[in-house]
Design a protein around this ligand. Structure first.
Ligand SMILES: O=C(COP(=O)(O)O)N(O)CCCCOP(=O)(O)O
Ligand SMILES: [Ca+2]
Ligand code: NA
Ligand SMILES: [Zn+2]
Length: 305
């Protein structure tokens, strides 16, 4: 059933488990996410960035909404990294049941003001809101936040921010970053900071940049002709621990990008005579489903629907 993000995340925070928020850009990715959630009896969030909306538009949103509505588990359709009030309202008009207003690159007061506007409008329409305080390293949706400017979320500021905005859940900067290159060795994640914010707040917390970039996937990626450097993602144990301290929404896009590319490259490499799109995209869907299954197991959302 199609529900709001709050319907999914409030129980997750209370139950100390994480719910995967997986980005989609086409039908096969959407099927891999929602069919796997049904198979595992797991709630799930399907999210579209502004880039995905540009790419798939209402067509893609309708595919997600239809699968979500017919799904036997709770599914929310979420706008990822909404860059403006207008963008959030447009997404709500398209049928999204959850929207992120990402104003975290603005000074505190501006972020509060922009977030409040979205919260007021979204709540009138029964839609829940994700806001962000603090900056991830790496490439943010609209700006490059280089390491020295990246700043982690201040726990006391987070309390103020939540009180002043009424946001339903909060993305916090805890050392993670978007993309396949999250650092050398074991990427840094500030568990003490998560725990502190979790102690001081009650709303669900959101971890961006949570792809694990599994070694098996990068090995297959190279093996099938792809080129990727020493990519590394967040360790499964670090994600598990973060969900014990208040992280309830866990954003994953890169792992699905890598998995779908592995599937496509392997078909093209191993069966050069193949040109049936169902074969070419079918293996990608299968590899992505395996990734979604693994992630739901790590986060503890299996059987929670
Ligand atoms: O936190 C994450 C994903 O983190 P990850 O990179 O670790 O998977 N996200 O919010 C996904 C961001 C995707 C935006 O990319 P496009 O604009 O190209 O659609
Ligand atoms: Ca941001
Ligand atoms: Na988001
Ligand atoms: Zn993100």
């Amino acid at each position: 059933m199609l529900v709001t993000g709050k319907d999914i995340l409030v129980p997750a925070r209370a139950g100390k488990y994480g719910v995967g928020a997986f980005n989609t850009n086409n039908m096969e990715i959407t099927q891999a996410i929602i069919h796997t959630a049904e198979k595992l009896r797991s709630p799930v969030i399907v999210q579209m960035s502004e880039g995905a909306i540009k790419y798939g538009g209402q067509d893609l949103a309708n595919i997600v909404k239809d699968l979500a509505t017919r799904a036997t588990v709770p599914v929310a359709l979420h706008l990822d990294h909404g860059s403006s009030y207008e963008s959030c309202l447009k997404a709500i008009k398209m049928g999204f049941t959850s929207v992120m207003i990402d104003a975290s690159h603005h000074p505190f007061e501006e972020n509060v003001a922009e977030t409040r506007r979205v919260v007021e409008a979204a709540h009138i329409m029964g839609i829940s809101v994700e806001a962000e305080l603090g900056r991830l390293g790496g490439i943010e949706e609209h700006i490059v936040v280089d390491e020295k400017d990246a700043f982690l979320t201040d726990p006391e500021e987070a309390v103020q921010f939540i009180e002043q905005t009424g946001t339903d859940y909060l993305a916090i900067a805890i050392g993670t970053s978007h993309g396949a290159y999250k650092g050398k060795g074991r990427p840094y994640i500030d568990q003490a900071r998560i725990a502190r914010i979790g102690e001081l707040t009650t709303i669900p917390l959101v971890a961006h940049g949570s792809s694990g970039v599994p070694a098996e996937i990068t090995r297959r990626f190279r093996e099938a002709g792809g080129e990727i450097g020493d990519a590394v993602g967040i360790a499964d144990d670090d994600l598990r621990e973060a969900c014990q301290h208040g992280i309830a929404k866990v954003n994953v896009d890169t792992d699905l990008r890598l998995a779908s590319t592995v599937g496509i490259r392997e078909v093209l490499k191993n069966t050069p005579k193949e040109f049936d799109p169902r074969k070419i995209f079918g293996l990608a869907r299968e590899v992505m489903s395996q990734i979604v299954e693994h992630k739901m197991g790590v986060l503890g959302s299996v059987g929670k629907a």
